[in-house]
Design a protein around this ligand. Structure first.
Ligand code: ZN
Length: 284
């Protein structure tokens, strides 16, 4: 799955290249990417053609483009989705799914090989699409509530990594960024939220932001060769990973080999010395 910094990089690209432009024509080249638009591809095109894009916004890993009709184009990149801005007449990408011809020159293209992502029109969704209103803000959002986050973590008895991945507590923190932030904060992912001090959670939040900021500076991660940002440029972040994917390599702080364990059908990576496993509390 795309991680939040990648989606934010795409949002910034859309803001720079698509906001303020009118959509002159819409071609839906494959029905699957608009499957969540239940009224169908023709209706999708009818609601977006002739509209001007007023912004490029994001909640978690969802992007939306508010339109001058009050509706919004809501999008999710899924595993392999890309938003490309191309000059008119550039050759079609092999997996081009939806083409927006912009007024003047240029095209916004939704390209998606695996098609887990998609686009739909959210009626009246310009301010915040109802479909995604339940998703918590992410730590990069200027309106993120730090105190509420700290309290929410400390109320939960589950492991702190699981809490970081809970989209109702905080959105946009995926497996890679969770492992990296926990390594920075020297916390084991199985530490229960209820047993963390306020300062632990505050430090962890700062580290989540630090990891995301580093990724944003570098244009997102590039674990997936399919990841391309709005200008078609690959992101590079993998060289600065400290824990994720580093099994057997020495921890950069203490030299102990990084360990990998199974976690929710995926993996967790951590330093067993810097991030000690919590002791099991025995019932007495
Ligand atoms: Zn270490």
């Amino acid at each position: 799955m795309r991680e939040l910094p990648e989606v934010e990089v795409v949002r910034r690209g859309l803001e720079a290249h698509v906001v303020g432009r009118r959509i002159d024509r819409v071609d839906v080249l494959h029905p699957r990417p608009v499957r969540r638009h239940l009224a169908g591809a023709l209706d999708f095109a009818a609601l977006t053609t002739g509209r001007t894009v007023l912004g490029a916004r994001r909640r978690g890993k969802y992007l939306w483009l508010p339109l001058d009709s009050g509706d919004a184009v809501l999008g999710h990149l899924g595993m392999s989705g890309q938003m490309l801005v191309q000059p008119a007449g550039a050759p079609d990408e092999r997996h081009l799914r939806v083409r927006f011809t912009l007024h003047g020159a240029g095209e916004l293209r939704f390209v998606d090989q695996r098609m887990f992502g998609g686009l739909s029109v959210s009626p009246g969704g310009a301010e915040l699409p109802a479909e995604i209103a339940h998703i918590a803000r992410d730590p990069v959002d200027p309106l993120f509530d730090d105190d509420a986050f700290v309290a929410a973590v400390r109320r939960r008895a589950s492991g702190v990594k699981r809490i970081l991945l809970d989209q109702t507590v905080v959105s946009g923190v995926g497996n890679i960024y969770a492992d990296e932030a926990l390594w920075r904060a020297r916390l084991h992912g199985e530490r229960p939220g209820t047993r963390l001090r306020r300062t632990d959670v505050q430090r962890l939040l700062a580290d989540v932001r630090g990891v995301m900021a580093a990724a944003l500076d570098q244009g997102g991660t590039s674990f997936d060769a399919l990841y391309v940002n709005v200008n078609g440029e690959s992101g590079y972040f993998d060289r600065s990973l400290h824990a994720y994917g580093q099994e057997g390599r020495p921890c950069e702080r203490c030299g102990t080999p990084i360990v990998r364990v199974a976690f929710m059908n995926r993996s967790s990576y951590f330093c067993p010395v810097c991030q000690p496993q919590p002791r099991v509390r025995r019932a007495s």
